[in-house]
Design a binder for this molecule. Structure first.
Ligand code: CP3
Length: 348
């Protein structure tokens, strides 16, 4: 049963026989089996075809041996369902053709019926649950309002984020209107995912760390807090991954179960700061998977040792797995976690 799985138990801070492990972006281009299915359709077509989306979701369970599945989709399906034209271009990433630059455009977003238009996601969840057949739990996810707004306003990825930052500094009220709309949609969307059968949900705020601490509170954390307070979880764990955010005190007061951390943090120090209030997910540098097996084992052991003994650690990378990662190293890493973590857990 999913509820008794070591992933769900670890999310709730309960003791497990070893540390569970999954990988952000585990269904993706580093897998030849993913590329074979992806060759049949474009990226959004894959997201919108439940039969194919559920198939690639399950691939890393069989191939890599991870302890949880994460539904194959993208955070940008929400703005797309609000009427923004999105294309995910090979080797360039996502592009919105008419990015948000004014309050008028925000007011024109189709905010009614977003979750209904995302029904293909709910269908993919149901099909995935059947294919998983209770082998491992299924994680659903959403982008946080701030990260969604970054793409909607910039129109694409960015290095400096000058467009979204100019927007929040010059038109803070319009920015907050956009973030409010997004926060309500995320609540609706995640609640629908939980009802459709997801066993856990993760909120990705990939770009939270580009803001000053006070802007981070105002434009990012405030909305994550709002979402966490409104989720109808029915006991399903909530994971918040606010990449690059250092204020562990504030994060540990969120109404969620797990905090995801990137590789720039010492997981032992984070454990101390969080003081048992949350489980912690992370945090191997994804680039370690390009190193030798000895290095992969040593870095995995280092993180396990830094976290130390006892419950409340979910092993993951500190960000998504990179497309050129060798599959063999990824399998080796997962086995390292499974074997090396046993000594940090005592049978109860
Ligand atoms: O984790 C999983 O296996 C589920 C799949 C997943 C994807 N995107 C598939 C994807 C998840 C959880 C995401 C989340 C996502 N998408 C985030 C937050 C997490 C993070 O990595 O920061 C963000 C910022 C996006 C937006 C996005 N979508 C970007 C920046 C890109 C291009 C980057 C890239 O890897 O090329 C996408 C496209 C995308 N989303 C791909 C995949 C597998 C690649 C497109 C393809 O297969 O052609």
């Amino acid at each position: 049963m999913s509820k008794d799985s070591i992933f769900i138990r670890a999310c709730k801070g309960q003791e497990t026989e070893r540390t569970p492990v999954w990988i952000m972006r585990q269904a993706g281009r580093y897998l030849p089996e993913y590329r074979a299915i992806r060759a049949k359709t474009d990226f959004l077509g894959l997201c919108k075809t439940p039969e194919l989306a559920s198939e690639v979701t399950v691939q890393p369970i069989d191939i890599i041996g991870v302890d949880a599945a994460i539904l194959f989709s993208d955070i940008l399906v929400i703005p797309e369902a609000m009427g923004m034209r999105l294309e995910v271009i090979e080797s360039k990433g996502p592009v919105f053709y008419d990015p948000i630059r004014s309050l008028e455009q925000i007011n024109n977003l189709k905010t009614e019926g977003v979750t209904e238009r995302l029904n293909y996601v709910m269908e993919a969840i149901k099909m995935t649950k059947e294919k998983l057949n209770n082998r491992v739990p299924l994680i659903g996810f959403s982008g946080a309002p701030w990260t969604l707004a970054c793409y909607m306003v910039e129109g694409k990825g960015s290095k400096s984020f000058d467009v979204i930052k100019s927007f929040i500094y010059n038109e803070p009220e319009a920015a907050h209107e956009l973030l409010r709309i997004l926060a309500d949609s995320v609540v609706d969307y995640l609640n629908a995912k939980i009802r459709a059968g997801c066993d856990a949900v993760q909120i990705f705020d990939t770009w939270a760390g580009i803001l000053s601490p006070w802007d981070c509170e105002e434009f990012s954390l405030q909305y994550i807090r709002y979402i966490c307070e409104r989720l109808e979880t029915n006991g399903v764990p909530v994971i918040v991954f606010a990449k690059g955010v250092d204020s562990m005190g504030e994060l540990s007061d969120l109404k969620c179960d797990v905090l995801g951390i990137d590789w720039t943090k010492d997981i032992g120090e984070v454990r101390g700061a969080v003081a048992g209030k949350k489980a912690i997910q992370g945090n191997l540098d994804p680039c370690v998977l390009f190193a030798s097996k000895e290095k992969i084992a040593a870095e995995t052991e280092k993180i396990l040792a830094k976290f130390g003994y006892g419950a409340g650690h979910i092993f993951n990378l500190g960000h998504g797995i990179l497309p050129k990662t060798p599959v063999e190293n990824t399998q080796y890493f997962v086995n390292c976690v499974k074997e090396l973590s046993v000594k940090y857990h005592s049978e109860t």
